[in-house]
Design a protein around this ligand. Sequence first.
Ligand SMILES: [Fe+2]
Length: 439
Amino acid sequence: MTLPGLKFTLVALALGLACSQSSPTLQGQVPLALDETADTGVTGNTKGNQPIQWRVIWTTDPQHRATISWSTRKETGDNHLRIWPKGKDSQHRKVVAQHNGTFTLNVSEMKDLDPVYYHHVRLDGLEPGVTYEFELNSDGSKSRTLSFRSAPAIDSTESFSLIYGGDSRTGKEDRQRMNRLSAELTSRLPDAIAFVHGGDYIYDGRQFLQWTEWMTHDELRTTSDGRVLPIIPTRGNHDIGDLYDEVFDTPGAKGENYYHTTLPNGVNLLTLNTNISHAGDQRVWLAGQLMGLRPDSRWLLAQYHRPAYPAVKQPGEAKAAWVPLFEAHDVDLVFESDGHAIKRTVPIRGDKLDPTGVVYIGEGGLGVPQRTPDSDRWYLQSPGMSGRGHHLTTVSFSGDQLRLVTQGFAVDEESGRIGDPGGDSVIFDEVVMQRRGAE
Ligand SMILES: [Fe+2]
């Protein structure tokens, strides 16, 4: 259907989509030993200096910067990576990890666990839109060759996609299935540039054992040819404590964890933190960002954890603190998590349907058991939608169009878990948005 202003074209609902089931070894029958890795390409990984649990992290300026992180089970003195533009090994450079430390263990973990070490290489000076290969090295023990692509230039007009999802804190086998689906999508989407995670990675952010499982399972998002989709992280209400910053190298400033990510083709993403005051400095920062970015943004996006327009719970503080700013500055699309259901709202302005308003999608299904949404809420009525299912949303930008495809796995009605872990994925929702004024 077509509405004036923001234009939505409802393309298909609940289509079947076959996904291949090529996947690495199913593991994660918890608890994981700390020397385990999901990477079947690594051999000899029981050595304590083996680089494991790699991550590529984006915050600001992903055209030129990225953090590449990994873990080792023993303290290592020489931690570096080699990186080179794909196919140009002769141009490799060595970058030493600038930030190394010991993951924080809580008191009970200290009794049973040896320390585990993190290593962060903060890359600068990358060329936009270049596929880089890299190899991690801790005291001579190497990872296999991995790769990622820097973000295309901000004035690039090429099409690109983000993969968005949230809430992976429980349902660990389902979490791994969703990570495999992400790898499948990444393999099929050469223009995918990043994975936007809406928070609640684990149940208790102060428990390192939960984080180390998550980091190991996150390796499963790597494609069979070693492509790692950078993660743009958001802090969820379960992600309390110091470990979030140790895992993601303190995205945004310490104590803030909010930041702006410049994406290609005039797309800007603001990541906010619903664990701290929504007013004060964060709101001032948000207002300034929105005012500065809107005139030159083709699409202006925001993400945070606790919803303003929830499908399950009551609205969070974002509704009073941030929604008026979103509407004043014509934010196009907002990613929310936390509810453990699927939703896409109608465009909202002034707390009612308005074709020129803001659309909110979400809200959490990377393995966490699904709840039943309150589908009677006015903002979930057609052309909005709601449902249950473990899901990822592919957000594809092409010219003045933005396409949302939400897909994943149907649930067992009683448990809310994936009904058939070996089954094919399905599409729950597909919609096309047209940029304001472009129709
Ligand atoms: Fe949450």
